[in-house]
Design a protein around this ligand. Structure first.
Ligand code: GTR
Length: 416
């Protein structure tokens, strides 16, 4: 019977609310041993570590050992970008172990004439040069999925893809609002393909080991690790306010941003855009993308242990509202899009709503509404949410809300 259910689930996608199975979410605020978690002390001491460990073991995979930045190479620094609005810096974070070396190129635009700036930090999908027409952004030499229409062949980018994602990156608006923007190509840390011989993973292998253990890091966990190393670097930049770093990401990189913020409490705020399955959406709803689908299409994203839950969501010891709860009490913004049913907008809203229970322990307001708001009607408590009209994407509209949300929670940036 179980195998029939598994193949039935794998072959169809449910977009019908009436077909969502009945489910019971695992309790956020009852510990494994049955203790009620009534205050922040117990949350931080007992329940938070328990939940974090479950996500590590069963979903994203733990980082097997500490790997630190070996060297920072400053490629260039230019002080007058966008008519004097900003400085641009390009650095390479170098990681070395034995004869292995990995370089992650980080691009920073920081507003000028401000003492210490808050920043948004998040990965891009196609290389730093794709986020703007700026001709001086270095091209990545990492593996990039082929896309001949953008001149990406033999997994290498060319000039042709410069600026192709600029609609997703309204850099001047971000800078004008007083925020800096920091990005890196996620494939610098680990190429997005089912191959555990490239990227950062082999740095932790024993002799004769070819892939991570069952409870060790998949790609999302490796990308999240990379965001924390970027954070290590940001802490050393004197013009950045490291207490105001907002980690953000779209889609698979939204999943990554959530996991990074859950693990690394130095990120002061988190934005998950259209992150869907194993991002913000509740797995037990099995609406749109499911665990069975995601683990068969992207077998390298999560740890091996996750495969146990393919079409057996009810056995998971956690659900995604608990991932969002790990971000408390820090401000968290979750978005959906009306046409992005694959990511289960309702499931994203419901988990954001449930996560409010942890925020309540801190006497913070979670989501300020009980029902899902109308399209293009953002709501902003310490947890914020909007569902934008349109497709799976990150748009200027989304960015306007991110900036508003950051301005609501961080004191205004003061010009000097
Ligand atoms: C889809 C995947 C989603 C989402 C998306 C993306 O194909 O099924 O989970 O991550 O890719 O990253 O654009």
């Amino acid at each position: 019977l179980i195998s029939i259910n598994v193949s039935a689930q794998l072959n169809q996608v449910n977009y019908d609310e009436k077909e969502v199975p009945e489910y019971k979410l695992p309790e956020l605020l009852i510990s494994k041993s049955g203790r009620k978690i009534k205050n922040t002390k117990r949350w931080e001491k007992i329940r938070r570590p328990e939940i974090l460990k479950l996500f590590e073991q069963e979903i994203y995979g733990k980082v097997p050992q500490t790997i630190s930045i070996s060297e920072v190479n400053v490629h260039e620094e230019t002080t007058d970008i966008f008519d004097g609005l900003a400085t641009r810096t390009q650095v390479e974070l170098v990681f070395r172990k034995d004869d292995q070396e990995l370089g992650v190129n980080v691009l920073l635009y920081l507003p000028k004439d401000t003492a210490k700036v808050p920043v948004f930090v998040g990965y891009n999908f196609k290389g730093n040069h794709a986020i703007n027409d700026d001709p001086d952004i270095l091209l990545t030499d990492s593996w990039v999925p082929d896309n001949p229409s953008l001149g990406i062949v033999h997994n290498q980018v060319t000039e042709q893809s410069r600026g192709v994602s600029n609609e997703r990156w309204p850099i001047e608006e971000i800078l004008k609002s007083g925020y800096g923007i920091v990005t890196a190509y996620y494939g610098d840390v680990d190429p997005d393909r089912d191959n555990f011989q490239d990227g950062i993973h082999p740095f932790t292998y024993r002799l004769g080991q070819f892939r991570p253990g069952n409870d060790e890091w998949g790609a999302v966990s490796a990308w999240a690790w990379g965001l924390s190393r970027i954070m290590d670097y940001l802490e050393t930049v004197p013009t950045i306010d490291a207490s105001k770093v907002v980690v953000f990401g779209h889609s698979r990189l939204g999943k990554t941003a959530l996991w990074a913020a859950a693990k690394d409490q130095r990120f002061a705020m988190c934005i998950s855009n259209n992150s869907g399955c194993l991002g913000a959406a509740l797995s037990r709803r099995q609406f749109g993308e499911t665990i069975g689908k995601i683990t068969s299409t992207f077998p390298h994203w999560f740890c091996e242990n996750l495969n146990k839950y393919s079409a057996r969501e009810e056995l998971l010891p956690v659900d995604q509202h608990m991932l969002l709860g790990l971000i408390a009490p820090r401000p968290l913004y979750v978005t959906s899009a009306t046409a992005d049913l694959w990511a289960d907008p309702k499931g994203e809203f419901l988990s954001a709503s449930e996560a409010g229970k942890v925020y309540a322990l801190y006497e913070k307001e979670g989501l300020p509404v009980a029902e899902m708001p109308e399209p293009n009607s953002p709501v902003m408590g310490t947890i914020g949410y909007h569902i934008r009209k349109g497709k799976h994407n990150i748009t200027a509209y989304d960015w306007k809300q991110f900036i508003r949300f950051a301005e609501k929670h961080f004191a205004p940036v003061i010009a000097i």
